[in-house]
Ligand binder design. Sequence first.
Ligand code: URA
Length: 310
Amino acid sequence: MALLQLANCRPAAECDAMTAASRNNRPDIADLLAFYASAGVDEALEEAPVNRFAEMAPKPPERVPETAAPVGETPAPRSPAQPPRPDMSRLPDAPPARAPSASATVPDEAQAALARQLAATAANLDELRQHMAAFDGCNLKFTAKNLVFADGNPNAAVMLVGEAPGRDEDIEGLPFVGRSGRLLDRMLAAIGLDRTSVYIANVIPWRPPGNRTPTPHETEICRPFIERQIELVNPKVLVNLGGPSAKTLLNTTEGILRLRGNWRVHTTASGVAIPAMPTLHPAYLLRTPAHKKLAWRDFLEVKAKLRALG
Ligand code: URA
């Protein structure tokens, strides 16, 4: 509010008065933290502040060795000595300039290739979990507290796959344990299922900072792991919770509102075709309760399919 008034005020005197008033009303640190929390910024990425100016400061030019000018040539005038650059890393209270963190990884095709190789060599779910825990190729791992591998019964007939863990899932290391997880539990109960009769995982097993949308690179790097997880669980039916899961695992660019409610097929690397039902994500349903009836229909389809498959 105070910012809006400042932006719109015209006469200088009025402006000054408002500036002074707004200074008196300046939000304190608690307001700032509350603002960050409501914007989803609830993690500090580093333990200590980083002096980015020091990292960006250009290096001083390299000294050119002085060589004698060939006979008959006048030596080229030397450029005046460069004034010494202020050493930004020595500013009071500045932490020492650091090399880029060894744990920061740029996602690239090599990492996706490594993920494919690791996933393919996992003979069972335990090995897959170990390979994923040891994999350093996805940036998200370094801001997440835990690997969120799976919950539920690995022998279940139904496997549900969401997008990525949120804050609660990151803390507990289990998928769908927050608000949307509680809604998911109620949706499952409505068709006679619970976490002992389903297996739950995510396309991305590490929480993106601030719950941001995973980048396409991050999704491509993590894709081999979830594909192998599906292959190893080998469910009778796959349920894609939300658009990102459906798009990633059903190889489509269609929106979830078009996809939902229609059976698709997820084909594993070894060629097994698994019937897949794309449906609305529980987090979306919490925001759009009027669409719960659509998800209810999709879950009834799942129930009918399970009955038909025996
Ligand atoms: N949303 C997801 O997609 N997955 C979770 O585990 C939690 C929320």
